[in-house]
Design a protein around this ligand. Structure first.
Ligand SMILES: Nc1ncnc2c1ncn2[C@@H]1O[C@H](COP(=O)(O)OP(=O)(O)OP(=O)(O)O)[C@@H](O)[C@H]1O
Ligand SMILES: [Mg+2]
Length: 301
């Protein structure tokens, strides 16, 4: 992305915070200078997995969702983009490593594991810390999206970093995003930050599919009692935000073991309640995408 594209984009975001009509008019004028959303060649739909808050289980959700989509519809092509250039964790969770190859068109070939095409900054730069600045993030994302041979794909699942920053802005302004899944824990601190994320997507006109509540409670291994370690505030917060809680996942040590071993729960523990819920979530996402396609078709006719 060119430097010129970044400045109007950020101005637009700031202007939208302002309440008066004049600013809205200016925002519209500025919006004309925004980069055009261009589809990724061969990619039918794009779903973001996001949350303002860190450590709530975005990557765990994205990884298991992508794998579950492949499991329930093996003929569909599914991709997983790790858009967390600051702290990529998809390579570990999907057990992918090695340097990706360039194809004849000079595009980077995604790495395949569990039937899912994956790409991450963690595969393109060595493990030393990289200090990413705004423009570099944009360029990195451009590389991970438009310089990768993604197609053909029925759905690209995008794991995003915590926060409401350059990455989300860049993705939402450059790609036709079909919807965002918002992941949160029931903790009020997490929900507050999640609300900020939801506001951001509303401003950026990214449809929100619904909320995934993670770490809802922990079950005592001795007595089977549910312990609501992070509270019980998700339902109320979701109602306030006008969102549906699509799925809830309890805290389970097996889940983190799966993450560490690079074998997502959907494969490592296919009979577990978590795996079943991820399959249900995958099913809902397929329905959501199909519904959007039907609506788009109807608008055309
Ligand atoms: N339901 C769960 N039960 C137990 N552990 C979980 C569960 N969900 C996620 N975890 C663990 O919590 C940690 C954080 O999860 P994850 O990396 O998916 O969060 P994140 O939101 O992507 O974090 P970040 O903001 O740093 O990208 C991981 O160690 C993961 O194994
Ligand atoms: Mg993550």
């Amino acid at each position: 992305m060119e430097v010129g594209m970044l400045l109007p984009a950020l101005s637009f975001f700031r202007l939208n915070h302002s309440k008066n009509g004049q600013s809205e008019h200016r925002a519209k004028v500025m919006a004309k200078g925004l980069p055009e959303k261009k589809p990724l060649p061969g990619v039918k739909s794009i779903i973001l997995v996001a949350s303002g808050k860190g450590g709530v289980g975005k990557t765990t959700t994205a990884v298991n969702l992508a794998c579950a989509m492949k499991v329930i519809e093996p003929d569909k092509e599914i991709g997983l983009l790790d858009a967390d250039v600051f702290g990529p964790s998809v390579p570990l969770m999907m057990n992918i490593n090695g340097e990706p190859m360039l194809n004849d068109d000079n595009l980077i070939e995604p790495l395949l594991n569990y039937g899912v095409k994956c790409m991450s900054m963690g595969l393109l730069v060595a493990s030393e810390a990289v200090v990413w600045r705004g423009l570099m993030v944009m360029q990195a994302l451009d590389r991970l999206t438009r310089h990768v041979a993604w197609g053909p794909l029925d759905c690209l699942v995008v794991d995003t970093p915590p926060g409401t920053g350059d990455t989300h802005l860049s993705l939402a302004q450059n790609l036709p995003i079909d919807g965002a899944l918002v992941v949160t824990t029931p903790q009020s601190a997490a929900l507050q930050v999640t609300k900020r994320g939801v506001n951001m997507f509303e401003k950026l006109k990214v449809p929100i599919i619904g909320m995934v509540e993670n770490m809802s409670y922990a079950i005592c291994t001795e007595c089977g009692k549910r312990n609501y370690v992070f509270g019980k505030e998700t339902k109320q917060a979701a109602e306030q935000m006008g969102l549906e809680i699509i799925e809830s996942f309890e805290v389970d040590q097996n889940m983190s073991d799966c993450i560490n071993s690079g074998k997502p729960a959907i494969y490592a523990l296919p009979d577990s309640i978590h795996a079943e819920k991820y399959r249900q979530l995958a099913n809902k996402i397929f329905k959501y995408i199909a519904n959007k396609d039907d609506k788009a078709e109807a608008t055309k006719n």
